[in-house]
Design a protein around this ligand. Structure first.
Ligand SMILES: [Zn+2]
Length: 122
């Protein structure tokens, strides 16, 4: 499986898929990340989790009220600690111009949920 970014015909910057009527019909827009899987003659395309945010505020909004992957409690304000560190495999934060690995520690059970797991589950 590989990840591609959907682009319009005049943008050729990323490993890419050109936007088509079929992709629009399943809710994919230009700029979205998609996962592409080839099974024999079939090509399966799904929307992938996003990989960039405008700011950390936007990340926090994304996390709050999602459920802890470990205990299932809601990650409400006051019951979650959000942490991050620089990491190439993380999310690009435009306002900081950095890639960060982001996690949310659940204060109900102590589990550190990676943003990736939280988004997968929701
Ligand atoms: Zn928990």
């Amino acid at each position: 499986m590989k990840t591609s970014r959907v682009v319009a015909a005049n943008q050729r910057k990323y490993p890419q898929l050109l936007i088509s009527k079929e992709l629009r019909e399943i809710g994919v827009n230009i700029g979205d990340l998609v996962e592409v899987e080839v099974k024999g003659n079939e090509v399966i395309i799904r929307k992938a989790s996003r990989d960039e945010y405008e700011s950390l505020d936007e990340v926090i909004k994304e996390i709050i009220d999602k459920r802890c992957v470990n205990c299932g409690e809601r990650l409400k304000l006051g019951f979650v600690e959000i942490g991050f560190y620089e990491h190439d495999g993380g999310w690009f934060i435009k306002s900081l111009n950095k890639k960060l690995w982001i996690y949310a520690k659940c204060l109900h059970c102590g589990y550190e949920n990676s943003l990736h797991k939280i988004l997968r589950r929701s």
